[in-house]
Design a protein around this ligand. Sequence first.
Ligand code: ATP
Length: 419
Amino acid sequence: MAELILSLKDNPYFGAGFGLVGVGTLLAVLRRGLQHSLIFFRRNYMTTLEVTSRDKSFYWLLQWLNSQGRRTQHLSVNTSFQQLGPGKIETHFFFVPGPGVHYIRYSKSWIQVERNREKQMTDFQTGVPFESVILTTFGKKQKLFEDILHNARQSALLMQEGKTIMYTPAASEWRPFGHPRKRRPLSSVVLDKKLAEYIECDIKDFLKNQSWYTERGIPYRRGYLLHGPPGCGKSSFITALAGELEFGICLLNLNQTGLSDDRLNHLLSVAPQQSIILLEDVDAAFASRDLTKENPGVYQGMGKLTFSGLLNALDGVASSEGRIIFMTTNYPERLDKALVRPGRVDVKLLIDYCSDYQLQQMFLKFYPHCNIQQANIFVQEIRQNEIGKSISPAQVQGHFMLYKSSPKLAISNVNKINI
Ligand SMILES: Nc1ncnc2c1ncn2[C@@H]1O[C@H](COP(=O)(O)OP(=O)(O)OP(=O)(O)O)[C@@H](O)[C@H]1O
């Protein structure tokens, strides 16, 4: 045995092999050591923040990176456009760092921005790929990332200032739909005398009095039903009211495919704070449950949403506190009594065809240089006309648009108002 070892010692092939093994082992140890040192270094001398596309801050952060992303040459574009009138479109291109690694300098620190887009993982309902942004910087700088998120939030809110955000359901959550819209002044929607003030006071009173509801064990929510003929300002008023209250609008179409009882319940319970839930044309989703001879067996839920599912969602324990729901319909008589009973609908209001007061006010708003006598002549002319008995503000608005600069022609041509 000793002889064998001695002979191997003098064997050059064995010596070379042994040397190679030794070098290999040394390299493996060094690599391991380097990996451990890197991990140690990252843990102790670097700060990393991961923000995924499922988090609210993700979109704020991307927007914020718009303003910081000019150093990189690898960009993605987010295009937004606004139709300003026929044939007139305003387009904005926002550049954000594309998927990959980028470097930005912020508050005297270099930050690595790594934007990852998963090719295999997509949200199966929206089809949007799962994404994440990882920010990395040297040093223990948690505060720096807090600042960035705070700034990102602030600049996102600034972009929304004076605007109304519309939300639509996307899978199990609400997503902003399109760009925030410029707020419509409440005074631009002319309702009958005191009607607008009444709704505004009611809702403001509700928002001020949470404790009143809690003390009496009444669920803190309020439902409104605005009904009336088309074009009388139901939707416009709700939009303007949301703007006045600085609320967003969650637009929910009950006929939407894939809206099940559970999903509706969930959506109502996760509606963004400070938002109005708007169910337009509620009559279209469910016919009345009252079965009569003329109306046999019309009750049937459409899609997977059932009528009882809707009622449960409206009263549900999960329904977020402080919730405001507006429903609109042109056919209130078609609504089931259970849907509009107090607790589900607390305030029912008819938004009807134009009253004399509305006609007068609309005239003065369109032609501010005219006086009240001219406005009254317009009202008289309208009322003497056959169409004038039931004329909607939308029709009046359309008529004024034809005679933008001539109130005289608007008066003399009332017989030409579009039916
Ligand atoms: N009371 C109003 N004051 C000013 N403009 C109005 C008024 N009512 C309607 N309009 C104008 O008419 C158009 C249609 O109004 P809107 O969509 O609000 O009516 P609606 O009652 O919701 O109709 P529908 O029942 O068909 O949904 C809008 O352009 C709006 O500006």
